[in-house]
Design a protein around this ligand. Structure first.
Ligand code: IMO
Ligand code: MG
Length: 402
């Protein structure tokens, strides 16, 4: 049984915690897109982990992990993360494999990410500055460096010098300090495998694909240009793997409200005190950059759009506990645009010009409250999908099957 667990909003839906919980039933957790822009905080109770590149598998169990070639890897970040886990007492080195075709995020990518954002001025995307966009761009420019290139130092040096020359000529960015890259490669070389080896391996095991970001940050189907550089939608699984695979179920994760980091449209956004209340209660600060996340009410048109776009089979709701104690909880149910009503945006680019119609719910004291059950029923009815699990708190096991 192969499942994809992914985000139905603008990222940070709680995918990391949920994936870790589900991972115990799987042989592998696979990352198929994104890079160290992802920030998944997983609270094990006795310790907390923040994953950027290590897939969200339960480090206490036997599940293995694979980083497929749809991911762009910052070797430094990956090694530091594995070493952090080792400090806690778990050696996960031999439980991780990485595709040999994976592109490497280089220091020049981070420098260019920063420079592009400055050059864009008020049109800046608000990226995580982790070099994600430039690394994917170089893949497409066909000047990227892949893990497989590092097995032959001489060829790798030749490629690196060429990249340096390109960056100097095109962007005025200078970099020629390659040694750390080779040192990092030494530490990881045993983990690198050709994709077809994994194809064979995946024939007889259960695989959980872990989404990063969310459908609305997908390079094509998201709120372009305020998106990330990869196919973080479920459609990215096969391209990220490099070979077809049968997916049995697509489980979308959504928050009971909405957050977004960085720029771009956000129809149900809250400001001032109302936003601050949710931000503080939900600890809505970026796990990667520490930036305060923008907060707003649950947006059903957007959720329906993400469900349709990703082929969602069932959903998991997170962070409804954060709203406990509010007198009223609102949900955006449809958009108004040019005198017309939309239950779902016909084109995602319309969302920066819409007015939102809301429905108001009586708040709940806790998740056992009838008012909360009404909220859940309403979302299921409005989306036509079952909410299979509800996360009830921060820790991995704070979750109930519905
Ligand atoms: P997880 O996996 C939330 C956002 C950035 C920015 C835009 C582009 O934790 O859900 P990038 O650095 O990718 O070029 O930035 O995408 N972004 C995220 N927002 N959660 C994430 O990951 C994100 N990864 C990127 O804030 O708006
Ligand atoms: Mg996150």
């Amino acid at each position: 049984m192969n499942i994809v667990c992914y985000g139905l909003q603008w990222g940070d839906e709680g995918k990391g915690k949920v994936t870790t919980y589900l991972s115990r039933e799987f042989d592998y957790v696979v990352r198929y897109s994104g890079g160290s822009n992802a920030g998944h905080t997983v609270n094990y109770g006795e310790f907390k982990l923040v994953h950027h590149l290590v897939p969200s598998f339960d480090i206490r169990g036997n599940t293995k992990a694979y980083i497929a070639n749809g991911v762009v890897v910052d070797l430094d970040v990956l090694i530091k993360e594995i070493e952090e886990i080792k400090k806690i007492g778990f050696d996960v080195y031999d439980r991780i494999n990485i595709s040999s075709l994976t592109h490497i995020v280089l220091p020049v990518h981070k420098m260019l990410d920063e420079k592009l954002e400055i050059a864009k001025g008020e049109k800046a995307v608000g990226t995580t500055k982790r070099g994600i966009g430039p690394a994917y761009a170089d893949k497409v420019h066909r000047i990227g460096l892949r893990l497989v290139d590092l097995f032959d130092k001489e060829t790798a040096l030749e490629k690196l010098k060429f990249i340096s020359k390109m960056y100097k000529n095109l962007y005025g960015i200078e970099w020629d300090d390659y040694e750390i890259l080779f040192e990092n490669f030494e530490k990881l070389s045993k983990l690198i495998v050709p994709p077809l080896e994994m194809k064979e391996e995946f024939k007889n095991v259960n695989v959980l694909f872990e989404g990063t970001q969310g459908v609305l940050l997908d390079i094509d189907m998201g709120s372009y240009p305020y998106v990330t550089g990869s196919y973080c939608n479920t459609t990215g699984v096969e391209s990220g793997l490099g070979f077809p695979i049968k997916i049995d179920k697509r489980i979308g994760v959504f928050k009971a409200y909405v957050t977004r980091v960085g720029e771009g449209p956000f129809p149900t956004e809250l400001f001032g005190e109302e936003a601050e209340k949710i931000r503080i209660a939900g600890r809505e600060f970026g796990a990667t950059t520490g930036r305060p996340r923008r907060c707003g009410w649950l947006d059903l048109p957007i959720l329906r759009y993400a469900i349709e776009t990703s082929g969602c089979d069932e959903m998991i709701m997170t962070k409804a506990d954060i709203l406990s104690g509010l007198e009223k909880v609102k949900v955006g149910i449809r958009y108004l645009s040019n005198g017309r009503k939309f239950e779902i945006p016909n084109d995602i680019s319309m969302i920066d010009k819409v007015t939102v119609e809301y429905i108001e719910f009586n708040g709940w004291k806790n998740l056992e409250d009838d008012n909360f059950a009404k909220f859940v029923d309403f979302i299921e009815r409005e989306t036509g999908l079952k909410i299979a699990y509800i996360s009830t708190g921060e820790k991995i096991d704070d979750i109930r099957k519905v």
